[in-house]
Design a protein around this ligand. Structure first.
Ligand SMILES: [Zn+2]
Length: 492
């Protein structure tokens, strides 16, 4: 019997603002769409957190024996700078600045995105469609929206009339916004815009002559609006009505609101049963921003090549750190927090590694089945990974007591316990055991520290030829020494 028949999952639905029982449209199947990255720069740590939240959600569905179709797109056209309709396409702008073909920008940052996600042990989605690969589908949707009278053409561009839509529907149903307030709080159109109302959004934009990214359409040579691509790709692969749509909290409005409106206009039904939004990541208590320097790239955590953290941290430690917070909570990233996470992660892994060494008894003094159900209860409660991790530390406590002979476990229970610990740690949370790599790193650190000591001695003896030789030969091996007030450190 599939596991999901015994485990009753609840999901917080952003649409209702409540935790709801999860009932898939087709029994045993889950259709999930998550808004992917706009590939015009290196993937942001905040994005990694969002995608990690959905990676764990995907993993838990798989663990429960659901058949999952997980669609996560690549936005390679149509995402306008500042998310408004007037302005430059993010990818076209980057291409202009770096003198590249737009598709070179797309390729470069798609590869970076995949590399980073792989290094953090993400499972690939079932389908990863691109916006430029679905221009025809987007044009077909625009035609339908125009046919309903809600889409209108103006000077070769096509817009969605939110005021007209709101006469029969509720524009603001997801974000809780009210169209009258939105209109009251917006400047009047200055006559430059082709829009009927300031809140109207572009379905199709006519390309200026210098614009490189352009496709023919019934209205003009141009490019599709950003909100439209997700409607086209989600419904193409999951149908007009599917189970879950996810993304970062910042996408709730206008992006997801507009997706609902487009679907409602086209098909007369709301597309998604459960809307899920992952919260943001801050760095040292502040919003991450490249412009202020309060920023760290995911790869810089792994390499240690940054000014924010005291040293490098592994992908598993970073994953463990992020999953200690619930996906709907704001998470603050700092050196202290990840140092603490590293300690916890190591304690967990030591206990996991000790499982095979536990000796069995005829009876169990620990109730393994109850403990295991508490792990499921945590995940069934809107994927509560911090509670699951707390239960895994309860398992660590059991393992230590068993090792000390203060508790007993039967062979049958030990097999059940080991399987459950491994499933939650490796399959559901997606952690890796860094111990083997760590052991080598510890040795390397010992050797480099020994050489630093020898170099210090050479300098004290005024043997600068030797001290320089040590430094230069380490550089040749890719190890850089940094002399500071608190002694010499190194980076690889
Ligand atoms: Zn999207």
């Amino acid at each position: 019997m599939p596991l999901y028949t015994n485990q009753h999952l609840k999901i917080y639905n952003s649409l209702s603002g409540e935790k709801e029982n999860f009932n898939p449209i087709h029994e045993g199947n889950v259709g999930m769409y998550v808004c992917g990255p706009t590939v015009y720069s290196n993937v942001h740590l905040g994005n990694v957190r969002t995608f990690m939240s959905f990676d764990v959600i995907f993993r838990y569905f798989l663990h429960l024996d659901y058949k999952v179709r997980y669609v996560r797109n690549i936005t390679d056209v149509g995402h306008i700078v500042d998310d408004v309709d007037e302005g430059e396409d993010k990818i076209a702008k980057k291409a202009r600045l770096e003198q590249l073909e737009p598709m070179e920008v797309v390729q470069r940052y798609t590869v970076d995105f995949h590399d980073i996600l792989k290094s953090f042990n993400f499972l690939p989605p079932s389908i990863e469609p691109t916006a430029t690969g679905h221009i025809i589908e987007q044009i077909e949707i625009i035609k339908k929206i125009i046919d309903t009278g809600i889409g209108y053409e103006a000077n070769g561009s096509v817009y969605f009339d939110v005021v007209k839509y709101n006469e029969t529907n509720n524009y603001g149903v997801l974000s809780g916004r009210n169209i009258e307030d939105m209109l009251a709080n917006t400047r009047d159109l200055d006559g430059q815009s082709d829009k009927r109302n300031p809140q109207d959004f572009a379905l199709w934009k006519k390309a200026e002559p210098e614009h490189i990214m352009r496709w023919p359409s019934p209205w003009s040579d141009g490019f599709p609006g950003w909100h439209l691509e997700c409607t086209a790709m989600s419904t193409k692969y999951l149908g007009n009505h599917f189970d879950i749509h996810g993304g970062g909290m910042d996408l709730k409005f206008p992006h997801h609101e507009c997706e609902i409106a487009q679907n409602e206009a086209c098909t007369g039904q709301s597309p998604v049963n459960y809307w899920m939004h992952a919260n943001m990541l801050t760095l040292n208590g502040k919003k991450m921003a490249k412009s202020t320097g309060n920023n760290i790239l995911p790869g810089e955590i792994l390499s240690g090549d940054n000014t924010i953290l005291s040293k490098a941290f592994s992908a598993s430690v970073t994953r463990f750190f992020m999953l200690q917070a619930h996906y709907r909570s704001i998470l603050d990233f700092s050196d202290d927090a990840i140092v603490a996470a590293e300690k916890g992660y190591k304690r967990l892994m030591e206990a996991v590694d000790a499982l095979p060494t536990i000796s069995v008894s005829t009876t169990s003094s620990i109730d393994i089945a109850s403990w295991k159900q508490l792990c499921y209860d945590a995940m069934n409660d809107d994927f509560n990974t911090p509670i699951l991790i707390a239960q895994l530390f309860e398992a660590v406590r059991y393992i230590n007591l068993l090792k000390e002979g203060k508790e007993t476990i039967s062979a049958e229970d030990l097999a059940l316990f080991t399987a459950a610990v491994n499933a939650f740690v490796f399959d559901v949370l997606g952690l890796n055991d860094d111990k083997a790599a760590d052991a080598n790193n510890d040795k390397l650190e010992g050797v480099v520290n020994m050489l630093i000591g020898m170099r210090n001695q050479a300098r004290a003896d005024k043997n600068f030829a030797l001290s320089d030789q040590i430094r230069d030969q380490l550089i040749a091996l890719g190890i850089q020494l940094k002399d500071g007030k608190e002694g010499t450190s190194f980076s690889i």
